[in-house]
Design a protein around this ligand. Sequence first.
Ligand SMILES: Cc1ncc(COP(=O)(O)O)c(C=O)c1O
Ligand SMILES: N[C@@H](CCCC[NH3+])C(=O)O
Length: 418
Amino acid sequence: MHYFIYHAGELYCEEVPVKKIVEKCGTPLYIYSGKTIRRHFKVFDSVFSEIEHLTCYSVKANSNIGVLALLAREGSGADIVSGGELYRALKAGIPPQKIVFSGVGKTPAEMEAALKAGILMFNVESLEELEVLGEVAKTLKIKAPFAIRANPNVDPKTHPYISTGLSKNKFGIPEEEVIPAYLKAKENPYLLPLGLDAHIGSQLTTISPFIDALRRLKALWEEISSFGFELKYFDIGGGLGIVYDQEEPPLPEEYSSAILKELKGLPITLLLEPGRLIVGNAGILVTKVLYTKANREKKFVIVDAAMNDLIRPALYQAYHKIVPVEEKEGEEVVVDIVGPICESGDFLAKERKIPQVKRGDLLAVMSAGAYGFVMSSNYNSRPRAAEVLVEGDQFFLVRQRETVEDLISLEAIPPLYL
Ligand SMILES: Cc1ncc(COP(=O)(O)O)c(C=O)c1O
Ligand SMILES: N[C@@H](CCCC[NH3+])C(=O)O
């Protein structure tokens, strides 16, 4: 369920015509629906209400501080993977005791910032990282609460670039090393074993890989308990997929009931790290048609958003539905929708059937709320897009459009060239 709907032939976000927002803020433009984000969070969180749990929104999916502030008000925690995300989450008002820190390459400086902030837990992804975390904690004289992120070697059956729970992936610690890691941690009183974690991938559209991973995690948890560890937090990561095209991902209640069945009776607090599910279908990228052209083989629609604004089609051959902001009738045409960047890989859609469009028309790239703006870059010296958050009949610019001055604001010409 989302709030991007046509009224009288015009695409609206909640109660605001998309065209009206574009008139004020220009294109390319990300527009997020606050109502949709809130609804997704509430639905997801409520299907776990029968168990003690904490939903830690995965900040990487969309880290705009306005979006984070909305989620903070709903009681969300945060799953972070960098010092930058820690900074954003805290600034947005997410309490540190609701923050978990994942990622294979945490630096000592990032660990220090997180320890000083008093986060809930580090999800540790290697034995060396555990050792460094212990050293940093000892120096600061602050205990480091941690979980080991296990790599359960389960195939999530998603795009290979976004699978994370296979042995060939860089994430987590192999199952056989998990118990030794907790035992080793006993040597340092500044390491506080608090949980167990796994996250096997993103955009999963079936339940079975989640359950396979959960069972392995549960077996590990039981074995660890037999060594006298009382691990309170059982973190099963994120990864539940959404509908971009024809996918049929499990409903949140199907996902939760399968999980809750497995966890019945365990004295744990469940941690969840959904990202895409909360924001993916709560955002669109609006772009303007710059030119159309055709050759003997193809028709092209050249728009003002490019792979630097939304890299998912280029990187994963991901499908995003693209619709005109003003509904059109009449014949449809098959086109490649491409951006201005000097790469043949710069496309938003290939061989796509859309209504005939012309210069100046607006198109909405749907399901762009997750891994959209956050993965954008300045490639080809393109200032990054603006972001707008809609609430009912109001809209707020939550990130200004970059300017050409911004592009070079951190750069310098060596004095000898002046
Ligand atoms: C550790 C961790 N947790 C949570 C997520 C969120 O995943 P998703 O956006 O698929 O829910 C990711 C990204 O895949 C992740 O790496
Ligand atoms: N960036 C990916 C998801 C990666 C998830 C991060 N672990 C996407 O757009 O689908």
